[in-house]
Design a protein around this ligand. Structure first.
Ligand code: GUN
Ligand code: FE
Length: 467
């Protein structure tokens, strides 16, 4: 597979932006970033006009052995770390934007299960999954935690397509053996066999695990027996596998879970006692948690996928992101297609900001407010913490993988108005003034930008999208 092959040493030169900590935006200008044959960053050198000599001296390579990518020609062009989608249902893509006035449980019955059930057809799976990977990459998503369906063959195909296209992916075969329609359900034995089939397939395709890895995926407690969840819990613990599920999304769902599992202290406790919680577990939504449940997530080191687009669309509620972060619960962003309607983490980031404003309006407490810098952090560094892969992602720092997007704000057809910023005096501004102007530009990008502004996408130092 192409993405597993070594690449030429590359020096990228230009402006780099990143969020080294929550709320902090760092701008690196005239910066040279050296990326080795394994896609790992080996130097980050600011104000390095003579990046050619620097690179040759640093590496000891000859000129013809190095590739140079120089994009330092404009204030409206910069590199950002690749976006990380911590929760996306690949088979639900055809339903993006279609949810009517439904809420979670009737939405699943009416829209979701019939669509997922159709993925028994591999030709259909191939066509839709190829488009999902194309579309998410084109929006700057360099790594994603996918839910597939209950079907092992189609799930294996999703892993193959991600690997071929060069997107990092956690691939989850959905496990569900109760409380589901006859046309879309498996027995405990079928679920086990399919899960083991998928693990074997993926580990054979990418033994390094740097690009694709399996992730155990009990859909949510209401559609899994305790026996199935406990089997997955044992498998998780014995092999240190990733795990993902839904938690506390909708009030009626919480009632159903507690009626079905009466012996447990809370919804979270069902997963805890089944052995599903750990530092490589991703829990989507986590909207209506108690203090105690939130503390249990912190204790076990789980990550939360915040999906504000989905939560607003199917009227689930507003997750208290700041409350989670302040208790050291890791938080990233998820599109949750097609509970959410957009495959773009940039759109989800601005929805996260708007939903945090709604929490502020309801409580008249400013505490929950998220800034543009906060949501950019969640989309990159936060997502990397939640995925918790063996490779380091989310920043331009030595030892991190070069997963990046090249953003251009004044490209042909750009939805971002930049005329105020094409001022020839820009170069004459003081350092503070020009930083202020640049920060305004970043805010414009977050609110008005879209996939048209994503000009190139790199995963592991390889260019996977070039528009
Ligand atoms: N809970 C159980 N299944 C699903 C799903 O497919 N999407 C969302 N948003 N919530 C779920
Ligand atoms: Fe979901």
């Amino acid at each position: 597979t192409r993405c597993l092959e070594p690449i030429k040493f590359t020096c990228y030169f230009g402006t780099f932006i990143q969020t080294p900590s929550l709320g902090a935006l760092q701008v690196l200008t005239h910066c040279a970033v050296g990326v080795d044959q394994d896609g790992t960053i080996v130097f980050v050198k600011e104000n390095c006009a003579d990046y050619t000599s620097y690179t040759l001296k640093f590496t000891g390579l000859e000129l013809h052995e190095v590739r140079f990518v120089d994009v330092a020609d404009s204030e409206t062009k910069f590199f950002v770390p690749g976006f990380i989608d911590t929760h996306i249902h690949a088979p639900q893509f055809p339903n993006n934007g279609i949810f009517g006035d439904s809420t979670l449980l009737d939405w699943l019955e009416k829209y979701t299960f019939p669509l997922e059930s159709s993925f028994r057809d591999l030709t259909r799976a191939n066509s839709i999954y190829s488009q999902v990977i194309e579309r998410t990459l084109s929006n700057g998503t360099t790594a994603a935690a996918y839910y597939a369906t209950i079907h092992a063959d189609a799930t294996n195909l999703l892993a193959d397509l991600a690997l071929m296209r060069g997107q990092r992916a956690l691939i989850g075969k959905v496990c569900m053996n109760q409380n589901s329609p006859d046309h879309y359900i498996e027995t405990f034995e079928e679920s086990k066999a399919s899960q083991l089939d998928v693990i074997e397939h993926i580990e054979k395709r990418d033994p390094s695990g740097n690009f694709v890895q399996p992730i155990l995926t009990p859909r949510f407690a209401p559609s899994c027996t305790e026996k199935l969840m406990k089997w997955l819990g044992e498998l998780r613990k014995s092999h240190n596998y990733h795990c993902q599920t839904h938690l506390s999304e909708n009030k009626r769902e919480i009632e159903v879970a507690s009626e079905m599992f009466p012996g447990f202290d809370s919804y979270t406790d069902i997963y805890y006692k089944s052995g599903l919680l750990g530092p490589k577990t991703i829990l989507a939504h986590c909207i209506h948690l108690s203090e105690h449940e939130k503390d249990l997530l912190a204790l076990t080191g789980c990550g939360v996928s915040h999906c504000p687009t989905s939560n607003s669309s199917i009227t689930s509620g507003e997750a208290r992101v700041r409350w989670l972060l302040n208790s050291n619960v890791k938080v990233g962003l998820g599109t949750d297609c097609s509970g959410g309607f957009t495959p773009s983490i940039l759109q989800v980031a601005k929805h996260a900001l708007l939903v945090s404003n709604h929490l502020v309006m309801k409580s008249e407490n400013n505490f929950e407010k998220l800034s543009t810098h906060d949501v950019l952090y969640l989309a990159t560094v936060g997502g990397a913490e939640v995925l918790n892969l063996d490779v380091k992602l989310g920043l331009f720092e030595v030892g991190y993988k070069f997963d990046a997007q090249l953003i251009q704000l004044d490209c042909e057809g750009s939805p971002v108005d930049t005329f105020e910023f094409q001022n020839p005096k820009w170069g004459l501004l003081s350092h503070d003034e020009s930083r202020g102007k640049f920060l305004d530009l970043i805010d414009k990008w977050i609110f008005n930008g879209d996939d048209r502004n994503v000009r190139k996408v790199f995963v592991n130092g390889r260019c996977v999208v070039d528009k």
